[in-house]
Design a protein around this ligand. Sequence first.
Ligand code: COA
Length: 192
Amino acid sequence: MPPKRAPGASALAVRLATDADADAIRAIYNREVVGSTVTFDLVPRERDEQVAWLAAHDGAHPATVATTAGGEVVGFGSLSPWRDRPAYSTSVEDSVYVRDDQRGQGVGRVLLVDLVERATAHGFHAVFARVVGGHEASIALHVKLGFEVAGVEREVGRKFGRWLDVVVMERILSEGSGLAADLPSARTRLLT
Ligand SMILES: CC(C)(COP(=O)(O)OP(=O)(O)OC[C@H]1O[C@@H](n2cnc3c(N)ncnc32)[C@H](O)[C@@H]1OP(=O)(O)O)[C@@H](O)C(=O)NCCC(=O)NCCS
């Protein structure tokens, strides 16, 4: 599949990630591991772990990168299995990370729109996100893309000496499922 150009953000493109993106992805991710609570990982990823993560993200569970016109990676996304047991296989979990100096410019939106499109194309029924409590940027990004809060896991994690909630957000993809039909603005935005 050729790289997709982002409407309204013509300098950005989204494509599938390759091993050559491992260092750029790892740099973006590890900054959050050591400096924020947006990921519940506590130890930075080694390069071989990042390569293994990329190898595990293919097919219906891809890893993607957003690149500038010059080819620089400014963010990445992924779809992962929501749960291991077989009856969960119609659901998928998204993840979006934008380099800290590139936020607020539409990169996250472009990555998440692309992931929702890929999840739809692969026939998934529901996309979930797990967002640390109080993370307004990620909650806002998902709401803008038609996700709703499905629930809150209270004090389910601990990092930097603090209890952390997880906000579970969900978007149903299938036509006629109710949620999508109730969100015309989000669907319209996806199509523009
Ligand atoms: C969350 C994150 C991916 C958002 O990416 P971004 O590129 O900054 O977001 P965008 O510029 O594409 O904004 C998307 C929408 O979210 C909203 N938004 C973004 N940041 C926001 C903030 N801090 N507060 C409120 N709304 C915000 C924007 O208004 C925008 O809406 P619009 O498209 O209608 O204008 C980014 O902050 C990030 O990478 N954070 C660290 C990693 C992380 O937390 N990942 C998510 C884990 S659950």
